[in-house]
Design a protein around this ligand. Structure first.
Ligand code: PMP
Length: 412
């Protein structure tokens, strides 16, 4: 598990660079992952050879780009085991996908007095759309408590989800606490009360096998850029009958069947939700990212990252004055690890780590209500992917210790 033995690392040219006179150690994968050379080449090849707008042309290039665009959709469908490819909607990202659900399904189905249930650990993208919907519709927004390890608490969920609940929306994997939430049980609970289950899969789909039929979720949102693809392209999965019953949110080209002067009929799924020229190269590249991930295997990726967590978490726990959030048990912790050094602002910690070449994130991680729940303002966060190694983990640990000494003694 050192850099030389990691067979995937060579595919990521960006990792092979020096920052601040040190070898780069990229541990900000929960924010966005790096892109393998194959995908960078594929994007360039698309623009060099095949670029044309999709669906609208009969010429050869238009057919080629449409074919690749729709082929990518089928790959993504299989990747999350959706029943139909028309259940896969191209969006701008997780945030966009969640907003579409709130503005379409939410606007249509939420009435005054209804309940929307989320949890204290949600990213703002899975909080504000529901908060604003609740305000607009005079509905009640409820928050499920977290247990002592930081998981969404099923016992509290049983109290918070009632027959008034219409929507339950929860992160599969927390981008702060590194927990995998019990989505299957939450979906069952939601369905027992006639509510739909929305899953924020931004941190789970890149990290582990996700099977929407097994989870029995009604909607799943995720982002291509967190799983080797380019920015600006995400996915909204929805069960076909639900998507069919929902109104489009954006109007324009592509999403219509017929436009008359005073009314319009909508296109079939998935195009009903894809107004305007989509991110064609991005979608095709996400299809290639799925091929790349499949060539390793999501089970293997999960297993590899679990081994990294087994290795690094105890080492971090052994550093005096380092507070680590989420479960203590490495078996329960994903490779997203948030921490604070006592007496030091996380921005100073992250700056100290950057001086050692280590890229981590610091801040509230778009989860201010969670920060408030934890009684803190911010944390530093290291997040690993399969191209990271034990060597990277050692550098992180050593750099935290060096930064701590620097701020205590003025030497680094
Ligand atoms: N939800 C979670 C759990 C996330 O980690 C993120 C990205 N930080 C998002 C939603 C938003 O993703 P995006 O910015 O790609 O829309």
């Amino acid at each position: 598990m050192d850099n030389k033995n990691n067979q995937w690392r060579k595919d990521f040219p960006i990792l092979d660079q020096v920052v601040n006179d040190e070898q780069l150690v990229y541990l900000d994968n929960a924010a966005t992952t790096q892109k393998p050379q194959q995908i960078i080449d594929d994007i360039m090849a698309f623009y060099q050879n095949d670029n044309a707008n999709v669906h609208r042309g009969v010429h050869t290039l238009a057919e080629r780009s449409t074919e690749q665009f729709e082929e990518a959709r089928s790959k993504i469908q299989q990747f999350i085991n959706a029943k139909h490819s028309d259940e896969i909607i191209y969006t701008k990202g997780t945030t966009d996908s969640l907003n579409i659900i709130a503005r379409s399904y939410g606007e249509q189905n939420i009435q005054a007095g209804d309940e929307i249930v989320i949890s204290y650990l949600e990213h703002h993208s899975n909080l504000i759309p529901w908060q604003q919907l609740a305000l607009k519709k005079h509905a009640t927004l409820k928050y499920i408590d977290l247990d002592e390890d930081g998981f969404v608490d099923l016992n509290d969920a049983k109290k918070k989800i009632t027959d008034k609940t219409k929507i339950v929306s929860i992160a599969h994997v927390s981008n702060v606490l590194g927990v995998i939430n019990p989505i299957k049980q939450l979906a069952k609970l939601a369905h027992q009360h006639g509510a739909v289950m929305v899953v924020d899969g931004a941190q789970s789909v890149p990290y582990m096998p996700v099977d929407v039929q097994d989870l029995d979720c009604d909607f799943l949102a995720f982002s291509g850029h967190k799983m080797l693809g380019p920015t600006g392209l995400g996915i909204l999965y929805g069960k076909e009958d639900l998507l069919n019953s929902m109104p489009p949110v954006d109007y324009g080209g592509e999403m219509i069947s017929f436009v008359h002067l005073f009314d319009t009929t909508w296109n079939d799924l998935p195009w009903k939700f894809e107004a305007g020229t989509p991110n064609i190269a991005g979608a095709i590249a996400l299809g290639h990212a799925v091929d790349y991930l499949n060539s390793i295997g999501m089970d293997k990726i999960l297993d590899y990252e679990n081994q990294l967590v087994d290795y690094v978490l105890p080492k971090l726990q052994a550093i005096d004055d380092l507070i680590i959030y989420g479960p203590r048990d490495p078996q329960k912790h994903t490779s997203v690890i948030s921490f604070n050094l006592k007496g030091l602002h996380p921005h100073d910690l992250a700056t100290g780590l950057d001086m050692e070449g280590v890229a981590v994130r610091a801040g509230h991680h778009c989860a201010q209500p969670l920060m408030e729940y934890l009684g803190i303002k911010a944390t530093a966060r290291a997040s690993f992917y399969f191209y990271n190694t034990k060597e990277d983990a050692d550098t992180l640990v050593n750099s935290i210790v060096a930064t701590k000494e620097f701020f205590q003694n003025g030497t680094i």
